[in-house]
Write a protein that binds this ligand. Structure first.
Ligand SMILES: [Zn+2]
Ligand SMILES: [Zn+2]
Length: 650
């Protein structure tokens, strides 16, 4: 008999040789039907793998990440089989599961695969799947494995096997097909009910452009046709919400090849949006006791040698700027922290002065590889909503709670209500790789855990994920399409206070090291605005909209009244513009709709006579407009603003 420990901690006895499927059966038939993969003592196993020792078993269904991985890994075998049957003589290379689906890299020889081939591939894959083949793992000697691929004249698999140790090589067989594989399959191919080739792209063998270019065939599969339909709809919606597309349509930002890749240009409307976000955070930070500072975009190379950033970013980033003076070198700043440390160092501090909280919308530069650049989410120059808090170890607890309050305030004001937090702590075993005393680490880790608990955050604790200089808390938000993004971060740092010799005089009259907290609720303005765009599809909360309303005159005759309305709105602090062009009202409305302007205020003869406006909301096609006074409209706007934007309470 062996003991199987389940995730809930319960231990069950089974005969040695029991399979994960049998264990699932012993719990319920429904579970057994849905289990498609499992892990035993942390290693992926298949549902029919006999278990012969005591151990911990986790059963996975389609709803688990691991379940999807097995599903897609198995599907990739079928794709390879289908391709080989459709295009005899092709050379298969590798085909892993990825975040959404899987791919297979193939040397198609002279054949060029295009979307014309997709339908035939899909039909073939589904025909094979329907035959309900089981996946069978078997070991092979290195000689056998090499012989197999020598016969196929496949240099790629041969290279892979050459690098493997004899005795560790395994194959997976299903139907008439066999492939080099480490395992992790679903029970049989029959549970794959939907499959689609997503795209093809060029990919170099082993990612090296000196090697031959292969064709990467991307696919995705699902246990139900409905899941595929939903997935494709989600993709369409994501395309519509792509921040690069919306940024162009709403005239927020642009890129110029002349200025350089990854260096965004903020257009007037985008700059206004950024400014509103900055003012919003500055106001809350002022209440929370932050002081605003400003530091230059460059610093002497020595500064970053001291901070350690040169060692980290130096070689792979922008190279030093030289001056006419021999040996003088400056760097574009990759981080604001060293500058803030030097601000702290301008004066001696007593424990009574702490905490000091320095905030800056600081622009930093990092040389991302051009292939990594992506819209506003991966850029080479970006502005962090940065701040550094210098405090005593005893103040960490309350400072952490205050930062969490601020982050939660930012999230609620911007409509992110689905979020969780990741607490990153030290590796439990390997403690030498961290700087700072055990006592201080304990304090900091407890401060983070307590603060997160106190604020009722949903958290996951990850051991070994802390930086070498301190533990941290990262916020993850889910957007309207269910995609997860990492936003704000709070990090404790024992390293920089040491490197910059920061001190304060304690109550014992001795000098002590302050603890430093790095924090950025948005992360960076660029990335945050990208995520905000994709989450709201450009329909920002009303308080944030650079233009809240547009006045549309029915004809030039009402130009003066339109201007009068604009003045009145300005008195009520409503941000509006006038469209007085000699265009039809239909066209003016259509253009305002594209711009996602929340309110269209139409003025004509009736309105001028009665001193009113005719109000149409964005996206309200088909509804009749509401006629109201400027005062009533102003109250409506205020009410809506107050719903999302509350005053920050300290
Ligand atoms: Zn496999
Ligand atoms: Zn920092």
């Amino acid at each position: 008999m062996i003991d199987i420990t389940l995730p809930d901690g319960s231990v069950k006895k089974f005969d040695a040789g029991v399979t994960p499927h049998d264990v699932a059966m012993s719990i319920s038939e429904g579970l057994a039907r849905n289990v498609i993969s499992a892990s035993f003592n942390g290693t992926t196993v298949e549902t029919k793998t006999p278990l012969t020792t005591n151990g911990s078993l986790i059963l996975f269904t389609w709803n688990d990440k691991e379940g999807k991985k097995a599903f897609w890994h198995s599907s990739s075998h079928i794709l390879a089989q289908a391709l080989q049957e459709l295009y005899p003589g092709i050379k298969l290379t590798i085909g892993p599961a990825i975040e959404n689906g899987f791919y297979y890299d193939v040397d198609f020889g002279d054949h060029v695969v295009s979307d014309k081939d997709f339908k035939a591939i899909e039909d073939k894959v589904l025909a094979i799947a329907r035959e309900k083949h089981e996946f069978n793992m078997r070991s092979a000697s290195k000689a056998e494995a090499l012989a197999l691929y020598a016969a196929e004249e496949n240099p790629y698999k041969t290279e892979l096997i050459t690098n493997l140790e004899d005795g560790t090589i395994t194959f997976c067989d299903h139907a008439t097909f066999t492939d080099l594989c480490r395992g992790g399959h679903i029970p049989n191919t029959g549970i794959i009910k939907a499959f689609k080739v997503m795209s093809v792209a060029g990919a170099y063998w082993r990612g090296d452009e000196k090697n031959k270019q292969l064709t990467r065939v991307y696919g995705i599969s699902f246990p139900k046709q409905k899941d595929l339909t939903e997935y494709l709809e989600l993709l369409e919606e994501a395309k519509r919400r792509d921040h690069r597309k919306l940024g162009k349509e709403l005239e927020l930002f642009a890129f110029s090849q002349k200025v350089g890749q990854g260096l965004p240009l903020w257009l007037p409307k985008g700059a206004a949006l950024r400014d509103r976000l900055e003012q919003f955070l500055k106001k809350a930070q002022k209440k929370a006791g932050y002081e605003q500072v400003v530091t230059p975009h460059i610093g002497q190379k020595e500064l970053y040698v001291t901070s350690g950033h040169y060692a980290k970013y130096g070689a792979d980033s922008f190279q030093p700027i030289h001056t006419p003076n021999e040996g003088e070198e400056f760097l574009l700043k990759p981080m604001n922290c060293p500058h803030h440390c030097e601000i702290y160092n301008t004066k001696p501090w007593s424990y009574k002065d702490l905490p000091k909280r320095y905030a800056e919308f600081g622009t930093v530069y990092r040389y991302e590889q051009s292939g990594e650049l992506h819209g506003l989410t991966r850029v080479r120059g970006f502005t962090q909503d940065d701040a550094h808090i210098f405090c005593t170890p005893d103040q960490l607890d309350s400072e952490f709670k205050k930062v969490i309050d601020l982050v939660l305030y930012v999230f609620s004001s911007l409509g992110f209500d689905n979020f969780s937090a990741q607490v990153s702590l030290r590796d439990k075993e390997n403690r030498d790789k961290y700087i700072g005393s055990d006592e201080n680490w304990e304090k900091a880790e407890n401060a983070i855990i307590n603060a997160a608990k106190d604020k009722n955050l949903t958290t996951v604790v990850e051991y070994g994920e802390a930086a070498f200089y301190g533990p941290k808390l990262d916020f993850m938000v889910k957007d309207a399409l269910g995609r997860q993004w990492q936003l704000g971060t709070i990090q404790v740092d024992y390293n920089l206070p040491e490197r910059f010799d920061l001190t304060y005089k304690g109550s014992d009259n001795e000098l002590h090291r302050p603890v430093m907290i790095h924090r950025a609720p948005f992360g960076s303005m660029e990335r945050f605005i990208a995520i905000l765009l994709e989450n709201t599809a450009g329909n920002f909360p009303l308080w944030l909209m650079p233009e809240q309303a547009i006045i549309l005159s029915l004809s030039e005759k009402y130009e003066n009244y339109a201007k009068k309305v604009l003045d009145l709105l300005e008195n009520h602090e409503i941000r509006a513009t006038v469209d007085n062009r000699n265009e039809t009202i239909g066209r003016k409305i259509r253009e305002a709709e594209v711009q996602k302007l929340p309110f269209m205020l139409i003025v004509g003869e009736e309105e001028e006579k009665n001193g009113t406006i005719s109000v149409r909301r964005h996206g309200d096609a088909g509804k009749s407009n509401q006629t109201m006074t400027i005062e009533a409209f102003s109250a409506l706007v205020q009410e809506e603003v107050d719903k999302t934007l509350k005053t920050f309470q300290v």
